[in-house]
Design a protein around this ligand. Structure first.
Ligand code: SF4
Length: 194
């Protein structure tokens, strides 16, 4: 009888991954958005305040500057994001979700897949999470691209490093700034795995 740990051909993991992504992406034409615009909204919803620029979005999505520029312009025109100059940094732009952008994300087609994942058993979820994390890390290393990982998993993150600071309690040792609990759960362009 096949055991729980019976060997599985790599293709039996890769093919469903590809098909799943294709099926979900085929639903990314709702709310007047296209797949690239959905990806940008999801990124901006997760990125920290140092990573919500068009340049960071370009690196995250591995797209061309021209594509990202068009995506940003379309999202701004449709009222999903705002584009403002960073205080004290004339040539740096900050992209923020509007209430309309946040509302669209409540209907994100990937949420259906997340619900499906939620209905899997805890052991399966833990194994899937571990395996996907390892695969992602290996692809990031192979492509020599930025990790864009969670702040709390960064080598510059110091837990409770600014416990007395109202903007803390954590600290970024690279940028020397306080980090809130919410900041610690965001992704960052400067992230380096611990
Ligand atoms: S600790 Fe790392 S991930 Fe967090 S803000 Fe600093 S550089 Fe970015």
């Amino acid at each position: 009888m096949a055991g729980d740990d019976e060997d599985v051909a790599p293709e039996m993991i890769v093919w469903p991954l590809e098909r799943l992504a294709r099926l979900v992406r085929s639903r990314e034409h709702d709310d007047g958005l296209n797949p690239a615009q959905w990806e940008a909204l999801r990124y901006l919803n997760r990125a920290n305040g140092y990573s919500n620029s068009p340049g960071a979005l370009t690196q995250y999505l591995r797209a061309t500057k021209g594509t990202i520029s068009q995506t940003v312009m379309a999202l701004e025109r449709k009222g999903f994001i705002t584009k403002t100059e960073r205080i004290g940094q004339k040539r740096s732009v900050s992209l923020m979700l509007t209430p309309r952008g946040r509302d669209a994300l409540t209907r994100d087609p990937w949420k259906h897949l997340a619900e499906g994942v939620g209905s899997l058993g805890g052991k399966t979820r833990r194994r899937l999470a571990k395996g996907l994390k390892e695969l992602l890390a290996s692809e990031i290393a192979r492509g020599q691209v930025k990790s864009f990982g969670l702040c709390a998993s960064c080598r510059f993150f110091r837990e409770k490093g600014r416990s007395a600071d109202p903007a803390g309690p954590h600290q970024c040792m690279l940028l020397d700034v306080p980090l809130s609990k919410s900041d610690s759960q965001r992704i960052c362009i400067e992230h380096e795995p611990a």
